[in-house]
Design a protein around this ligand. Structure first.
Ligand code: ATP
Ligand code: MN
Length: 528
């Protein structure tokens, strides 16, 4: 069981170390990876090299007659021929075959046994093996013994570049997906998150085919009823942070599916942002970064091996991966009932969206298709103007079908299960980035608590004239003046101008979908 013959995959290396436990992968990493280290907390510190984030522009999907009419071709899904895919696949295998030994991780994606995918990861770095051991669902001893043929295979040759003379390559990085063979090839990036999001992309193709909605969201469950609640949002909006909630059970922090019988987590681990992490504000995540976890691209003190989570010298995108059961109140198996509440998180750096509003079904569709958040501009350039980002379904880079496919499934499931939908701004308050401040985490937690307790179901609301939203004006634990941005800003004219500006950005972005939705949905957005 500890080794496996990979020759059916064209891998000729004899020494293949299969499903090593973390203790051994730690030892291998410390022995073989020159910069790996043990943190004082017991976590393994590893470095992903030049790439410290995903490379969305270098993703390619094989254009094949069987799936070409399903795929949303464009900047998210850039086509390559099967010929090019085979060239990159062979290149990856050739590289892996030069290694004296390899790691293989056989594990599952999807906690619902009816829908789970058997995934095989073949890689040369212990760090990558440990990462996927953590992020996939770990098989029991028996499940591993009877694993059989995998459904999907990841060939991670990230240390070796793509050949820029290969047709369709625009850099030395290439992440290539074949939907037909369920193979993922990684060249020219050692960022481990590519593997995790590659698996998610596969699910984003196959789940909707069966009427299952795959979602870029975190999920928690009610301790008593087992009903769930979803937190959608783009990177940095608070999915992971807010799902670590001692009052609820954790189902998962990033990727879920919604079936006819409820929801299930796709993953076996969580992948938290580590920037500015403190034990005071995020105690559950902080304590999970211990033996068994992987800490990526963090800076630590050479003498004490104490990690400085505020140090962004390597990247702002420092991360920690840990098994889901490291969160004390995790719900194992990670499945739960139908959602009672669906929360869209946005980090509005313009500071004009209300902290919490209640959405009509039409507004829910409008905001799901829009997928708005904002990024704060790089401080080193001295730019303070926030950048609006619109990413459909709050997960544009991982979609395979057109966004309307997912939107239609969501609308249907929300209607059928009578889920309430909320828009929560975890971004700026009292003014835009540079003037206001980010919503205090305890206040956002109070809002999420109030949604879950039912306190906001019949709460007082006021219609916002620009965004058309039913803004909640009274919420336990949140000062009333924070709840209405118009009143939280000291400069009323500046508020009005900024709100109109954001409304205009919403409208300009939505124009591309307007012909594909009902008039009610198209009219449910902000008035520019
Ligand atoms: P990704 O998709 O990249 O994993 P995510 O949605 O899971 O992103 P988090 O990892 O939860 O995002 O990151 C949210 C970050 O914002 C954390 O570092 C958190 O501490 C910080 N933060 C500050 N204020 C808030 C707030 N009011 N609500 C949520 N998060 C906040
Ligand atoms: Mn996250």
């Amino acid at each position: 069981m500890r080794t496996i013959d990979l020759s059916p995959h064209g891998i000729t290396v004899a020494d293949v170390r299969r499903n090593l436990p973390p203790a051994e992968l730690y030892a291998e990493a410390l022995r073989r990876e020159p910069d790996a280290a043990l943190a004082d907390s017991g976590a393994l510190i590893a470095y992903s090299g030049a790439k410290t984030g995903r490379s969305p522009r270098d993703k390619r999907v094989v254009r094949h007659p069987a799936s070409e009419h399903d795929v949303w071709w464009g900047p998210v899904n850039v086509p390559i021929t099967d010929e090019v895919f085979q060239i990159n696949l062979e290149r990856a295998k050739d590289y892996l075959n030069t290694r004296p030994f390899l790691y293989c991780v056989d594990a599952f994606a999807g906690w619902d046994p009816q829908h789970r995918l058997k995934v095989r990861v073949i890689c040369s770095r212990p760090y990558h093996a440990l990462f996927m051991h953590t992020m996939l669902i770990r098989p029991t001893r028996e499940e591993l013994a009877t694993f059989g043929e995998p459904d999907a295979v990841i060939y991670n040759a990230g240390r070796f570049p793509a050949n820029r003379r290969t047709a369709g390559m625009t850099s030395k990085t290439s992440i290539d997906l074949s939907l037909e063979t369920k193979e993922l090839v990684i060249l020219g990036t050692e960022y481990a998150g590519e593997m995790k999001k590659g698996v998610f992309t596969l699910l984003n193709y196959f789940a909707p085919k069966r009427g299952i909605l795959s979602m870029h969201c975190s999920a928690t469950a009610d301790r008593d009823s087992g009903a769930s609640s979803l937190l959608f949002g783009l990177s940095g909006t608070g999915k992971t942070t807010l799902s670590a909630d001692p009052k609820r059970l954790l189902v998962g922090d990033d990727e879920h599916c919604w079936t006819d019988s409820g929801i299930f987590n796709i993953e076996g681990g969580c992948y938290a942002k580590a920037i500015d992490l403190t034990p005071e504000t995020e105690p559950d995540i902080f304590q999970a970064l211990r033996f068994g976890a992987v800490l990526e691209n963090v800076v630590y003190d050479e003498d004490s091996h104490h990690v400085d989570f505020h140090d962004t010298r390597i990247t702002q995108n420092t991360r920690g991966a840990y098994p889901v059961e490291f969160i004390r109140n995790a719900k194992i198996p990670c499945v739960a009932g139908h959602p009672t509440d669906v929360i869209f998180l946005t980090c509005d750096a313009f500071g004009v969206l209300p902290p919490v509003s209640r959405l009509t079904p039409e507004q829910a569709m409008y905001h799901f298709i829009s997928g708005y958040t904002a990024k704060v501009a790089g401080t080193e350039m001295g730019v303070t103007e926030p950048q609006a980002t619109f990413s459909p379904c709050f997960g544009g880079p991982f979609l395979v079908w057109h966004p309307m496919k997912y939107a239609g499934l969501l609308a249907d499931k929300i209607r059928r299960h009578a889920a309430r939908v909320w828009l929560v701004n975890t971004g700026w308050s009292g003014g835009a980035y540079g003037i206001g401040t980010r919503m205090k985490l305890p206040l956002t937690r109070a809002i999420v608590d109030a949604i879950h307790s039912g306190a906001l179901r019949d709460a007082a609301v006021a219609r916002d004239p620009v965004f058309g939203l039913d803004v909640v004006t009274a919420c336990p634990g949140v000062p009333a003046q924070v709840l209405v941005p118009r009143e939280a800003w000291s400069d009323a004219a500046a508020y009005e101008a900024t709100a109109r500006k954001l409304a205009g950005l919403f409208a300009a972005n939505f124009a591309q979908y307007a012909s594909q939705v009902t008039a009610d949905v198209a009219a449910a957005g902000p008035r520019a």
